[in-house]
Design a binder for this molecule. Sequence first.
Ligand code: FES
Length: 154
Amino acid sequence: MLSDHELKEIEAEASKYGSRAAVCIDALKIVQRFRGWVDDDMVRAVAQHLGMSPDELDSVATFYNLIFRRPAGRHVILVCDSVSCWIMGYGSVRDYLRSRLGIALGETTADGRFTLLPSACLGACDRAPVMMVDEQLYTNLDAESIDDLLASYT
Ligand code: FES
């Protein structure tokens, strides 16, 4: 069941659109912000609230890679593996993150602090290699800058 806070925020977004279904990604992001991820019950609840079928909403949720359908860490690292980042050192960044965090892509650290995921282009190709932690973009990455930024997340 959606909370009053979630319903209030979803309705505020829905008031900006002509169609209730048009707010579905925003609604999923709102639920995720409150709960950390979007489980099947929440997909059903949001779908019902927006007048969509659960399957229809689930197809949106699973297509959009910033909606987490499984529990995620407190902070989600998206490391860009698209062309510019690949050329500019994605492999080293990925390997350093895997080693530093002790997890593979798609996994969450044992303390629940970080989830590490691959990402398509994050739109900062001229400053590759790039990753995003939660909604903060980090560019021109190297081992030292990764150490510094990881230390800022508890
Ligand atoms: S290719 Fe990595 S930000 Fe565009």
